[in-house]
Design a protein around this ligand. Sequence first.
Ligand SMILES: NC(=O)c1ccc[n+]([C@@H]2O[C@H](COP(=O)([O-])OP(=O)(O)OC[C@H]3O[C@@H](n4cnc5c(N)ncnc54)[C@H](OP(=O)(O)O)[C@@H]3O)[C@@H](O)[C@H]2O)c1
Length: 412
Amino acid sequence: MPGLFEGELTFEVLVRRLVASLWHVSTLSHGVSMNNPARTTEASTYPAPALTRRDLMTRTALVGAGLATVPMAWATTSQHKETNTMRKRKLGQLEVSELGAGAMSISANYGPPADKRQGIAVLRAAHERGVTFFDTAEVYGPFTSEELVGEALAPFRDQVVIATKFGFNIEGGGLNSRPEHIRKVVEASLKRLRTDRIDLLYQHRVDPAVPIEEVAGAIQQLIAQGKVLHFGLSEASAKTIRRAHAVQPVTAVQTEYSVMERDVERNGVLKTCEELGIGFVPWGPVGMGYLSGTMHGGTKLDPKTDFRSGFDRFSPANLVANQPIIDVLKRVGARKNATPAQVSLAWLLAQKTFIVPIPGTRNTDHLRENLASIDLQLLTLDLVEIDTVFARMQVKGGRMNADQMRIVDATV
Ligand SMILES: NC(=O)c1ccc[n+]([C@@H]2O[C@H](COP(=O)([O-])OP(=O)(O)OC[C@H]3O[C@@H](n4cnc5c(N)ncnc54)[C@H](OP(=O)(O)O)[C@@H]3O)[C@@H](O)[C@H]2O)c1
């Protein structure tokens, strides 16, 4: 039987997790310490809420009766908390709100940029609702996303964690992680972000022309100078993560991960983060918008301003073909009065306590909707139902286009 992130989820594994969870209910809750040994058990794959006696009896009865057939229609008691208080999670040694805010799509890549006032308003609304973790990059815009984040967060800079990224050669194209280039980019990012330090600086894409040890060494110097506080990697392979971490401890790895995009479960990245005490930040947590359930075969994406128009996963045929994942999110959501986007985010929060998703939105209603997912606690049976649908379907269409996939680090 495959281990935690080593293979496809089989029906057997799903049932084993369900049964195991019955013996570990007391250890399963949001916010379990990263060092809690319970997290390494099979059951801890799916941290669930503190269970009521009724939930436990219901689960026990279901399993006892041999009803571990999934998907199953099962109405849960409400698991919503009455208050909406953002908890904290740890990325390595860096404490952040359990949900962050991705700033990219406000300024770039998913349609024309939003109005600046709207962008500032949505980022400040996130802060008002407890978000302390904001994600941007030099390349978003380029530059305009960092400028927006800098202006929006300036009034409360000391209360938030700002993450940005280097690694592209903006003028000439291609990648550039040479140490002198990193130093230059950092100076420019600091100005745009209106700050004297970058809390978390990621290498956006691994540059095959520059050994990762040199990159880690350059970041180490910037950390010694106080210009950068923490080191991150994005779309790096497990091997690269290990090599970098040996030089300068990596605080967080950022890679696409969602209910429908599971590569990091299979390629050793999540497992490596867990082993090394590195936080994991899923980008695309709402499937780049797809998992909100608002897209359909007729959805039109502007080829001039929307990257997704060139991604196979967003072709009209694939938007329809991948509908089973939306259907299960809706089914689970219907039992809990939750939207597909909320179930997607709650699913990520339930995977591991060192995971901090950064959903992106330019819309304050969507922001409110997404942040409410912190109160949505999925039961093991909900998680099993979702994973069973995923295991039985084959997601259609690559997550990005061929050019973008070529610069994703796959070194083994
Ligand atoms: N490291 C990397 O290589 C990398 C790559 C891409 C992104 N990122 C980072 O990760 C962040 C998030 O990723 P992402 O933006 O690609 O994907 P995402 O958060 O999964 O999806 C964002 C898209 O979903 C829509 N959306 C969000 N919530 C919604 C809701 N409740 N209902 C309907 N639509 C909703 C947004 O549109 P509306 O604005 O209309 O809500 C936006 O177009 C980015 O902002 C960026 O900071 C990193």
